[in-house]
Design a binder for this molecule. Structure first.
Ligand SMILES: Cc1cc2nc3c(=O)[nH]c(=O)nc-3n(C[C@H](O)[C@H](O)[C@H](O)COP(=O)(O)O)c2cc1C
Length: 359
């Protein structure tokens, strides 16, 4: 009997880590303790998160970095192989992979995802990304497809059919042709492991809300998040409940002043300005000129995600406010996951349990 995947088991407000497979995590700070994402670092962070009862590990799929002095995110581990290795050494936590749809054939993904799900005894999950960075896709000789989400729909159809078919399947679609295709074993989780997506475009959100199990988003403030929760509920197909999750970067310290000081250091004073410019240029199509200025600190701190800065009690209060919007989970990044997760888990999680947010 396999245990339900903690990412989607319906208990409490879900907390996971984001981007620990990549250099810097989501941060563009140049401080000496910046995250290096060496394999042993990944292992340490995953073990801390697993033992503390966090719910998921979400890696970032990155093929090129943001240049600058630190070449942030150029070093990142491929997410299927990363997840397979972590699945073997963790016990409870959900282990996700992140895939750019056009880069991997669905027959390959069906087999790779099922493999990780078997290693994890049913704790695997998949983050489906259609892509936004033309330079990254150019590395594969692929153009960004305006209809990327149509491709994702067909891609997911193929994977779902491969898992549920009793024999070989033929598929003659717009994007893929498969003749007599089989993929055994199917995943442990039936009919497939949970899939998530983090679209912002209307077309992308339609895909996420009709085909995925969780939609991830970023938010400006609690009111913005509450609006997005309501919108997602309205758009979701009748009878489908797709929980909205979000993401944030954390600086949690013993005193508010200490947290604020460190936050300023890692988002203003000691940052790779060129990498921040490059990252924001890549994101410019999602961001107005006004927002660009307002969000520079958010890009330096966490790729445009919201900051959670303060004492354990202050961070817990912010997480309680996020959960009160109807948002059902959050993926967190840290300047250094291995140094900072123990403090976060020891000091913030008990407050959330006391508040009834987590079992
Ligand atoms: C939590 C989260 C995780 C994401 N992970 C990745 C990733 O690993 N690789 C990537 O290229 N894009 C990633 N994205 C970007 C989204 O998948 C999406 O492409 C982007 O938000 C633009 O939305 P659109 O595709 O609807 O235009 C992520 C976004 C969020 C909020």
């Amino acid at each position: 009997m396999i245990k339900p995947n903690p990412l989607i088991d319906g208990t409490g407000f879900k907390i996971g880590t984001f981007a620990s497979n990549a250099d810097g995590g989501l941060s563009l700070a140049t401080v000496p303790e910046r995250w290096q994402a060496r394999w042993d670092d990944c292992l340490t962070a995953a073990r801390i998160a697993d033992r503390a009862g966090l719910d998921f590990l979400l890696p970032i799929a990155r093929w090129r970095g943001f240049g600058g002095e630190i070449r942030a995110r150029e070093w990142s581990f491929e997410t299927f192989t990363w997840a397979a290795a972590l699945a073997a050494v963790t016990k409870r936590i959900g282990v996700l992979m992140t895939v750019h749809v056009p880069v991997l054939h669905p027959l390959y993904v069906a087999k790779a995802l099922a493999t990780v799900d078997h290693v994890a005894h049913g704790r695997a999950g998949l983050n489906i990304v259609c892509g936004w960075n033309p330079e990254e896709f150019a590395m594969f000789g692929i153009a960004l497809d305006a209809d990327g989400y149509a491709m994702a729909e067909e891609w997911l159809d193929v994977i779902e059919r491969l898992y549920t078919a009793s024999g070989p399947i033929d598929h003659h679609g717009r994007f893929y042709t498969l003749n007599g295709a089989v993929s055994r074993p199917a995943s442990v989780q039936a009919p497939r492991p949970p899939v998530i997506n983090a679209a912002f475009s209307a077309r992308g959100r339609q895909f996420a809300l009709s085909r995925c199990d969780r939609l991830f988003t970023v938010y400006i403030d609690a009111a913005d998040l509450a609006r997005q929760v309501r919108e997602a509920e309205t758009v979701a197909a009748a009878g489908r409940s797709v929980g909205l999750f979000t993401t944030a970067h954390v600086v949690c310290r013993g005193s508010a002043a200490e947290a604020e000081d460190y936050y300023r250091r890692v988002t203003v004073e000691q940052i790779d300005e060129i990498a921040v410019d490059n990252h924001m240029r890549d994101k410019a199509r999602h961001t107005s000129a006004d927002e660009y200025q307002r969000y520079r600190q958010r890009f330096a701190g966490g790729a445009g995600t919201a900051p959670l800065v303060g004492t354990p009690a202050q961070i817990a209060d912010q997480l309680i406010a996020i959960a009160a919007t109807g948002c059902r989970g959050i993926a967190l990044s840290f300047v250094n996951y291995a140094y900072e997760l123990p403090h976060f888990c020891d000091r913030v999680l008990p407050l959330l349990e006391r508040a009834g947010l987590r079992p």
